[in-house]
Write a protein that binds this ligand. Structure first.
Ligand SMILES: [Zn+2]
Length: 268
């Protein structure tokens, strides 16, 4: 399939030289966040049931063994409910939404140039980016699970060591919940945007586009580096070279980055 043959005449006629990029869908990010929030909240509830609730129940001389047994039980329940397999299934569901959305939005833009990709073969780069993203995201969610679990356990362990009554640990546990939720928000937002940008770039390359233009939001939250990149053309494969930091960069790949690619139509 050759993009140049079909698009150039139409594009020239209308004077269009580039194609609008795909911005991420906030509802897809929200869907991903809800999934992670359910994990964080489940942990909180299970921790309450299995560990905190039991803490007030005994007054042994050396309750350490019982604490340890409760923590072990909590871990066992957590790993049964949110096993690697379950996490992968959830991640796939969340990322699939972004994949379908990106493909649809990208193809809709192409269609305005008279190019219909709806019956084309599965794209090579597109599916390879997708499987890498699944692997990376499974790792991120597993880390979220394990870090959150460690956070909760260390509160109890510290309480044991310092003899703090369980009622006084409640505040710390509430605080841990907020940290977990904040982390989930960052992952959902960053990863959804990143995947959309990666997949849109992959689809652009798959249909023969080679270059893009960096677009930044250009508000007070835009970083100094990405403000410098705004409007600069770059090779989709290689990225944009920054001599200042001596690094290759792509829009939308760094945490909290909201930049996107505008695609240059070849041959125009
Ligand atoms: Zn940016």
């Amino acid at each position: 399939m050759s993009l140049t043959i079909i698009s150039v005449r139409d594009a020239k006629k209308s004077g269009v030289r580039s194609m609008k990029g795909v911005r991420y869908s906030a509802s897809n990010a929200a869907f991903y966040y809800q999934m992670m929030r359910a994990l964080v909240e489940y942990m909180q509830e299970e921790f309450d049931r299995t560990v905190m609730h039991g803490m007030g129940k005994f007054r042994d001389e050396s309750p350490n063994e019982r604490y340890k047994a409760m923590l072990a039980l909590f871990n066992k329940k957590l790993r049964a409910k949110y096993s690697a397999k379950v996490i992968e299934k959830l991640v796939r569901r969340a990322l699939k939404r972004s994949s379908v959305y990106t493909q649809r939005e990208f193809d809709r833009r192409l269609k305005s140039f008279g190019i219909d990709l709806s019956k084309s073969d599965v794209m090579k780069r597109y599916s390879s980016y997708m499987s890498t993203a699944v692997m990376e995201n499974v790792m991120l969610v597993k880390n979220l699970r394990d870090e959150q679990s460690k956070r909760l356990q260390s509160i109890v362990l510290r309480g044991m060591r310092e003899g703090i009554p369980s009622t006084r640990l409640r505040g710390d546990i509430q605080h841990a919940l907020q940290i977990g939720k904040k982390r989930a928000t960052t992952i959902a937002r960053t990863e959804t945007h990143k995947l959309t940008q990666q997949l849109a770039d992959a689809r652009a390359m798959d249909v023969g586009m080679k270059r893009g233009v960096w677009r930044a939001m250009m508000d007070n939250r835009t970083s100094e580096q990405h403000a410098r990149f705004n409007g600069k053309p770059f090779n989709l494969e290689k990225g944009l070279w920054d001599p200042k930091t001596r690094s290759w960069n792509w829009p939308g790949r760094r945490p909290n980055c909201r930049c996107w690619t505008e695609y240059i139509i070849p041959g125009v």
